[in-house]
Design a protein around this ligand. Sequence first.
Ligand code: KG4
Ligand code: ZN
Length: 347
Amino acid sequence: MRILGIETSCDETACAIVEDGRRVLTNVIASQHDLHAEYAGVVPEIASRAHVERFLPVLRTALDEATMSLNDLDAIAVGNRPGLIGSLLVGVAAAKALAWSLEKPLIGIDHIHAHLFAPLLEQDADLNDVYPALGLVVSGGHTAIYLCKSPLDLNRLGSTIDDAVGEAYDKVGSILGLEHPGGPKLDKLAQTGNDRAFDLPISRLAKDSLDFSYSGLKTAVLYAVRGFPKQDPPPPPLDDVRRADMAASFQRAAIGAIMFKLARAIDQLDARGDEINSILIGGGVSANSRLRADLTTFAKERSLTLRMPSLDHCLDNAAMIAGLAHHKLTAGQLDDLTLQAIPTAKC
Ligand code: KG4
Ligand code: ZN
């Protein structure tokens, strides 16, 4: 069973072909970072226009790499929620056109659920060993914890009440003068800094909350760098050593909040007798070196199996869309041409 996955929810135009939900035959991603860098963030109108231009070349490259033709495909899957509406519409329209003209099944996929399937790509793990699992999605648009009973049965336990963690990385990156998206560059810069140099807040929220908040941390960095109240003249810019220290201190607080919430989630599940077999993570920030290291230690301490995506499958990609679609196809959960692009996440 070979499924074409299509992903256009934000600023990556991607097509992938995945066999039997696991084997990635091709995974083509055209990033638009060059187009958005000068605005220090994704401009929705530019993103949707670029998807229109890039979609067919990306699809052709994917078919060429897999040495397949459209007729060899068994189904067409598309990330249809959540995301930027103009961007989603391009992928959904393309998927409908392909499914209709080829007379193949059409499958709409939740982008966040797909991020939590990414750790299972190219793995031969038995699903009975993987689930139930605690799922952590950390990306530019989302930060949330899920109780996952299967690839398709996910229940959100908490999510960010303001900024997503990747968004905080990108905004702090821009405060520190790093080019958008700042996340990966900040991760690198932090490796040479002292993570205790600045005392930044680790958000915990209310006693039982599994939600996240990143706007306070981002503002704390802004005040520490630019001065508060506003100073005239402004304080001198941080030198290279202090920039690395700030990056490391921010990262300690940002990742610290995630580890704190994961521990709280597992304790709460334990207390109500909900056992989990593993931790699944996904989303762009799951490529972060400190998060990967801290999670590895955490999972060992709790005797849980940690399943992280390979670095190719952390950021937005269509392999995760096609992989998860295999499970919807085998469960008979198909869509028709009324499939909608939906900007909001499922609760
Ligand atoms: O999953 P993704 O590609 O898009 C969304 O669904 O949002 O995630 C992109 C986010 C960006 O904010 C980017 O800065 C962040 O992931 N990111 C990182 C790293 N690599 C990507 N953040 C921290 N450390 C990294 N190594
Ligand atoms: Zn994503």
